[in-house]
Design a protein around this ligand. Structure first.
Ligand SMILES: [Zn+2]
Length: 411
């Protein structure tokens, strides 16, 4: 891969239960088979990922039981193996068709989710399994410098079994520090946290209520159930009408919130709006349902196209630790105890106390800055917008000239 990222690997053992063990073993078998099927389709000349994917994907799905994303990853693994053979052949060395016998499976952000409670969920040939990472007890383990550090993002990783124990080789990447980021435009990020209690909270301290949506959802479900029990044709018609009206109202709400977010970004001269990556969000948020996942997806999409016409870009960041990290850049303390209640953030190191969603929104904005998500574009960002000023990882808080207090407003 030719990009500018710095890459590191952190290896951790997994605590796997018997049933999970069997599922993972079947996944390894399916993976090896999937890669082999792809090689048979491509050997010896097809080393383009895209071409091999379209050639082998259907057969892999039919014959191996791998999920769609794993089937794609298997074609990519095979294409890389064929490509490596081509290079060896060009250098005058003998090559033979690749055989996939290693007990491994490749994972990416769509097939694997790391959670803040030290667990990981992995796609298998059936349902996902969720197991504990077995990390060193003291916080000195080298893994923590990647797991807890804001600037490292999780990228492609490999699961493997050795002497009956499962290990995850977690791939991390970060953009190189300094130079081109410094040369980038002095842009500002608006961080946005999504949730149920508040649909969205910005790093500038604007809160968008989510309770109306919740309330309406509960009401509608109740009325639906009553009508469904009636079972008549007119009840069915009423039901259809209500569903349509409900969808319209929800979309209307989401448009209103999207407009508010873009407005907030413009008011604070932001060039980038950062959301957390939505993969696994229904697992991260207790009480979240498919409706929320749908609503979050819609909201981000609406913001994307509304922001575009104002020259504002939307990016997503890795959500790890955004709710447990102290958003004061001179503190940066990460601990589960920092969040004593769902809506309170209270830093155990520096005493900073603030609404938990607001703290998360600031962390999302800061992460977009630190990861330099935007550095290769003209709209590079080097600071995160707050209610009363901006904050940057290097220089900390910088107040606006009019010195407004850093108190969140509800809107
Ligand atoms: Zn702190």
């Amino acid at each position: 891969m030719t990009d500018d990222y710095i890459r590191r690997t952190a290896i951790t053992r997994l605590a796997v239960e018997e049933q999970q063990h069997q599922l993972l073993e079947r996944t390894v078998t399916a993976w090896k088979r999937g890669c082999q099927v792809a090689v048979e389709k491509g050997w010896p000349r097809c080393s383009s990922k895209r071409a091999l994917q379209s050639r082998a994907y259907d057969t892999i799905r039919d014959e191996t039981g791998l999920g769609s994303q794993h089937a794609i990853l298997a074609t990519h693994q095979a294409a890389e193996a064929i490509s490596a053979c081509e290079t060896r052949a060009e250098n005058g060395r003998t090559v033979s068709k690749p055989e996939f016998s290693a007990p491994t499976v490749r994972y990416d952000s769509r097939t694997m989710t790391l959670f803040d409670d030290g667990t990981v969920s992995l796609a298998t040939v059936e349902s996902r399994v969720r197991c504990d990472l077995v990390l060193p007890d003291d916080q000195d383990g080298y893994q923590y410098q990647y797991l807890d550090a804001d600037e490292w993002e999780v990228t492609e990783s490999t699961l493997t079994i050795r002497d009956g124990e499962w290990y995850l080789h977690l791939g991390f990447r970060r953009s190189p520090p300094a130079t081109e980021q410094a040369a980038a435009e002095n842009g500002t990020v608006l961080g946005v946290d999504l949730g149920i209690e508040h649909l969205a909270v910005t790093s500038t301290g604007r809160f968008f209520a989510g309770r109306e949506l919740e309330h309406r959802r509960a009401e509608v479900t109740k009325r639906h159930r009553r009508l469904q029990e009636t079972g008549t044709r007119s009840a069915h018609r009423t039901l259809t009408r209500m569903r349509r009206r409900d969808r319209r109202r929800t979309k209307h709400d989401l448009h209103r919130v999207a407009n508010g977010i873009v407005e907030e970004a413009r008011d604070h001269s932001c060039t980038v709006i950062a959301f957390e990556d939505l993969t696994g969000i229904t697992d991260r948020l207790p009480g979240a349902e498919m409706l929320h996942r749908w609503a979050f997806d819609q909201l981000v999409t609406y913001v994307e196209y509304k922001a575009e016409s104002h020259g504002i870009r939307v990016c997503t960041v890795d959500p790890r630790n955004t709710s447990r990290r102290c958003s004061r850049t001179d503190c940066d303390h990460v601990a589960a105890a920092n969040r004593p209640q769902r809506d309170r953030f209270h830093c155990q190191a520096c005493g900073y106390e603030v609404h938990a969603d607001y703290n998360a929104a600031k962390n999302i904005g800061l992460r977009a800055v630190r990861c330099g998500h935007t550095s290769s574009h003209r709209t590079g960002a080097s600071q995160c917008a707050l209610k009363s000023g901006t904050i940057s990882p290097e220089e900390g808080f910088h107040p606006d000239s009019d010195e407004r207090a850093e108190t969140p407003v509800h809107g």
